[in-house]
Design a protein around this ligand. Structure first.
Ligand code: ADP
Ligand code: F6P
Length: 323
């Protein structure tokens, strides 16, 4: 293999840049050329790619976002769209591809593999919902952002003796909210994986007030139903009876940005290197991951067939500690 491409796809996460850097420099070290593809599969379809040298990735190891850009592409979900992408790869002499992204991006990657084009996936998403890897790139940084936010909100919550619903990202996965809630010392965690009624939330709030807590921090995963705003309205309507006044903070996209932590830089670097080595060995249709601090390689088909399960023993621990 003489030339590989690298692209980022789907939602970005802190650590995409150190991963790109690792891919570029590892490939060059193995004597291959590297094409950087702009804005994911969209750039692939439009043929937007340029050759990257070792210098082109200088100074990016600590930068959030991605120098290549990322995108979601509806056209790539269609056969003609993928054929256009394949033509552009062939025209530019690209013989293998590293795709950095989440499970949606891997569905696209698997399609390319099935069309005979060598591809390796690298898990990058703050949601930590990709199976066959303990951590995805960006999770640790996002978690630290969540913690910093919880700490700050706690300051003002305690001053006013208020309850705060802090909405934390994760799409349908409660990982960030659960881990953020535990590490941030929240009084309650609401995640889609565990059914909790509004009545239970209200009872918890009242109990915390009666026990003399200065604040009541509730970490709410964005995927929790009926949603943060509905819980806030319900609690606020019963405000006199429950004690705490309620405020809502939606952390939003602040969780997707920022300089990657040491953990994420190392993870991104290890996975980026491993992905290039897989392509160089002639492997395709696989995802590199981290399991028990070891780099693993799993067929994309297997990754996509499974839903990552949240370890609910952490939820039980949170319940014990929230007293
Ligand atoms: P993530 O990778 O973060 O889960 P998305 O689910 O938005 O992000 O997927 C990113 C992109 O991957 C989509 O915009 C699309 O271009 C591509 N993709 C997703 N599903 C498929 C599919 N079934 N076939 C081909 N491409 C897909
Ligand atoms: O998948 C990452 C993520 O940040 C989710 O946590 C969130 O639900 C979604 O992406 C937000 O997507 P967008 O950036 O398109 O608003």
């Amino acid at each position: 293999m003489k030339c590989i491409g690298v692209l980022c796809s789907g939602g970005d996460s802190p650590g995409f840049n150190p991963c790109i850097r690792a891919v570029v420099r590892t490939a060059i070290g193995l004597g291959m050329r590297v094409m950087g593809i702009e804005r994911g599969y969209e750039g692939l379809i439009e043929g937007r790619m340029w050759e990257m040298d070792a210098r082109s990735v200088g100074g990016i190891i600590g930068r959030g976002g991605t120098i290549l850009g990322t995108a979601r592409s509806e056209e790539f979900k269609t056969e003609p769209g993928r054929k256009r992408a394949l033509r552009n790869l062939n025209r530019n002499g690209v013989e293998g591809l590293v795709v950095i992204g989440g499970d949606g991006s891997f569905r696209g990657a698997l399609k390319l593999h099935e069309m005979g084009f060598p591809v390796v996936g690298v898990p990058g998403t703050i949601d930590n919902d990709t199976p066959f890897t303990d951590m995805s790139i960006g999770v640790d940084t996002a978690l630290n952002t969540v913690l910093e936010s919880i700490d700050r909100i706690k300051d003002t919550a305690s001053s006013h003796r208020r309850a705060f619903l802090i909405e934390i990202m994760g799409r349908d996965c409660g990982y960030l909210a659960l881990m953020g809630g535990i590490a941030g010392g929240a009084e309650m965690v609401l995640i889609p994986e565990v059914e909790t009624s509004l009545e239970e939330v209200a009872a918890h709030l009242e109990d915390a007030y009666i026990r003399g807590k200065a604040h009541c921090i509730i970490a709410v995963a964005e995927g929790y139903k009926p949603g943060t705003q509905a819980i806030a309205e319900y609690l606020q309507a019963r405000r006199e009876e429950l004690g705490f006044e309620v405020r809502v903070t939606v952390l939003g996209h602040v969780q997707r940005g920022g300089s990657p932590t040491a953990f994420d830089r190392l993870l991104a670097t290890r996975l980026g290197c491993a992905a290039v080595h897989e392509l160089h060995k002639g492997h395709s249709g696989v995802m590199v991951g981290l399991v028990g601090n070891k780099i693993t390689v799993t067929p994309l088909e297997q990754v996509l067939a499974e839903k990552k399960k949240l370890d609910l023993s952490f939820y039980e621990m949170a319940k014990v500690l929230e007293k």
